[in-house]
Every structure is written in C-alpha cells, then in structure tokens.
Design a protein around this ligand. Structure first.
Ligand SMILES: [Zn+2]
Length: 227
C-alpha cells in the first residue's frame, strides 16, 4: 500500500472520521506548505512524548501538569492532578468511558470526587468486554479503595456516568454487574450494607445523549438526579 492510502487509513480510524473525510484530510495536507506539515508532525510527537497515563484513574495527562518540565519526562506510577488533589471527595468514584467525558464533567464544576476512565464502551453482542474496557483494573481499583486506606476514607459511592446510547447502556450493565459481584462475593443479591452504593447518572440526559457534547447545566441536572 502506498503512503497516501496508509495515511488515509490512519485518519479513517480517528473517532468520528469516515473514509471520505480521511481522504479530504490527506488532500488538505498535500496542499499545505512543508513547514506547516513539519510543525504538525513535531507537535504530534511532542504531545505523545509528554503524555502520561495516570496510574489511578487512567486518564491521559501532560507530564508538565506535575512540573516535570523536561520534554518527554515520565514518571511511571504517577498520578494526575485530580487524583493527587486531597481536597477532592475521596469517597466518591465516577466511572466514565473516555477522557473527553471526564473533561466535560470537570468543566461543569458540578463534581468534586474522583474518576476512573474505562477507555471506551462495549458494543452490544461483544463477547469479550475485557478487551474493550479496563474492567479488570477497575475491579482491582474498587477492591483496593472500598476498604479504608490510611484513614483516607472508604469508598462510599460509585457513580456510573456513561452515555445513554445503546453501547453506553450495555456497558453500564456489564460494569454494574461486575462491581456487584465483587462487592457481594458470589451472591449478587446480598450486597452488604457497608458496600459503596452504586448510582447511575440520572435523567436530564436524554436517551442517546453523549456526555462529551452535553452542556454544563445538563450535566449538573443529571448528577443531581442520579438514581
Ligand atoms: Zn488520575
């Protein structure tokens, strides 16, 4: 395959981009001055080199956020500024599908707890959810933080904040069942009273809504109406 087709294929894998848009991107780049394309390539490399995945919530963040000023500086096992902020409510964990959802919720200013980013959703009929989302590491995370840890408080509430699209709702069911199972042992009908309660982002978000595009007021309402 020639480089033109390969580039088209790469763009076509971007979220929300189809083959026709991918082709338009390539044509657009072909028409740009060499310096502009070089700048684009340099920035892509720089962002990638500076990006770290938070060891707790798994969101991606730029290492400079932590004052690691060396370009490309990385500290393995490091936590992002949200997870490291002890003023946030350590007893509430919100589960979101993607970094962009987390950003929308942060922008609304309505939530002060912690997060866990699943890294995607599970399509209906998919038989291997573990390959699509960070389910295993979520369950380990909950196991670890549902018990008191150096008096930092126990996990009291888990809020499932996924899109109200079919894939989002399907993922909510998978995650909810998996969490219930680990909280209750083998019998999912006897969640003990000290277990964190599980809530789902409420109405206000209409069916089919995508969090990424919801405005702050809608997110505030949905948080207030969680059930
Ligand atoms: Zn984090």
């Amino acid at each position: 395959m020639d480089s033109l087709r390969r580039l088209e294929e790469i763009f076509a894998h971007f979220p929300g981009i189809g083959p026709r848009q991918a082709r338009r991107f390539v044509h657009y780049l072909q028409g740009r001055p060499t310096t502009q394309v070089a700048e684009l390539v340099r920035l892509i490399n720089e962002v990638k080199a500076d990006t770290t995945e938070c060891s707790r919530c798994h969101r991606y963040f730029i290492a400079n956020e932590l004052g690691l000023n060396e370009p490309g500086a990385k500290k393995s096992g490091t936590t992002c500024s949200i997870c490291a902020n002890t003023e946030r409510d350590q007893g509430t964990l919100m589960i979101v599908a993607r970094d962009s959802d987390l950003e929308s919720i942060e922008k609304s200013g309505a939530y002060k707890g912690l997060y866990f980013v699943l890294g995607g959703t599970v399509p209906i009929l998919d038989k291997e959810p573990e390959k699509k989302i960070r389910l295993k590491s979520l369950l380990e995370h909950i196991n670890k933080f549902s018990v008191a840890e150096n008096n930092t408080g126990t996990l009291k509430e888990i809020i499932l904040s996924l899109n109200t699209t079919p894939d989002g709702e399907h993922t909510t069911d998978i995650v909810k069942d998996a969490i219930k199972k680990i909280l209750a042992g083998d019998d999912i009908n006897t969640v003990n009273s000290e277990s964190p309660k599980m809530t789902i982002l409420g109405r206000g978000l209409s069916t089919g809504a995508e969090l990424e595009y919801a405005d702050s007021e809608t997110i505030k309402n949905a948080l207030g109406n969680r059930r």
